[in-house]
Design a protein around this ligand. Structure first.
Ligand SMILES: [Zn+2]
Length: 285
């Protein structure tokens, strides 16, 4: 019999960050789950790490509202945001690349599936794939889904809840923004990230942000100033990597040759990517 050591799952209480916008934290991956409630319908933002957790989150909607849950939005195709979708009995919305990813999971997803004791067949593709933009209508309000380009993954989809009057705009940024750990919030540049276009994606997000409450995929809500700082760290990382690669500094020495704004372990895959993208030049003479 296969043995799976599944870390203990739990979900916090809901907390309301703006009128009709509720958050909770799903463990063991400390994912921020959103619930946006309108006059006629509600939508769940992200679904947790397993179908069982997704089902519990779906059941917890009733603690907040009597209106029907009509949709679940996946902010990107990583297991801790997506695997719960199979346990949520409403149509899913996500970036269109999730359809192919569900049909042929990449190695990281396969590892995640094995760890969770799931098969690839249990990975549910969104019924409503979004290429650039989409909308979920909730009666007196709506949630806009916007693809601002690849960044933390190839499938980052931002969910924007427009403000009105005193009500602030809320932007669910997925893992494009990271406010954990609290002492040094660090965006995770994994193997499927695209550091080059992530910098531009954050720039686009800045254009949408204004006074909005920005909800990261992990950690407490932040504001546009935080977003600006994190985007600056990513931009500096990209610039430094380009510079060292152009100067011919080997990747193995790069860690100690630059004043990196973020911990090396978190950015190394991104630096490697930048190196791989610099064309090798022939000697000039
Ligand atoms: Zn992620």
């Amino acid at each position: 019999m296969a043995t799976h050591t599944t870390p203990t799952e739990s979900e916090s209480a809901w907390r309301e960050v703006a009128a009709g916008v509720h958050l909770l934290t799903a463990e063991p991956d400390t994912v921020t789950i959103g619930l946006v409630v309108g006059s006629e319908a509600a939508v769940l933002i992200d679904t947790g790490s397993t179908p069982a957790q997704g089902a519990r989150l779906r059941a917890r909607v009733a603690e907040v509202t009597d209106v029907p849950l009509v949709a679940a939005v996946i902010t990107h195709g990583h297991r801790d945001h997506w695997f719960g979708l199979a346990g949520v009995d409403v149509p899913g919305y996500g970036h269109e690349s999730l359809v192919d990813l569900a049909a042929a999971p990449d190695p990281e997803l396969q590892t995640g599936l094995a760890r969770a004791g799931l098969t690839a067949a249990e990975l549910r593709a969104p019924e409503h794939p979004v290429s650039l933009a989409g909308v979920v209508a909730l009666g007196d309000r709506r949630v806009e889904l916007i693809f601002v380009g690849a960044g933390h993954s190839r499938s980052d989809l931002v969910a924007l809840v427009p403000g009105e009057g005193e009500r602030p705009t809320v932007i669910f940024a997925g893992d494009l923004v990271e406010s954990l750990p609290e002492e040094q919030p660090t965006p995770q540049i994994g193997p499927d990230a695209d550091l080059g276009s992530w910098v531009d994606a954050v720039g686009q997000l800045m254009g949408l942000a204004g006074d909005a409450i920005i909800v990261p995929g992990h950690g407490a809500p932040v504001d546009a100033r935080f977003l600006d700082t994190q985007g600056g760290d990513l931009a500096q990382t990209r610039f430094l990597a380009q510079q060292l690669a152009a100067d011919g500094v080997p990747l193995a020495e790069a860690e100690h040759r630059g004043e990196w704004p973020l911990p090396w372990a978190a950015i190394e895959p991104g630096v490697r990517q930048v190196y791989a993208g610099i064309p090798k030049r022939l000697p000039l003479i």
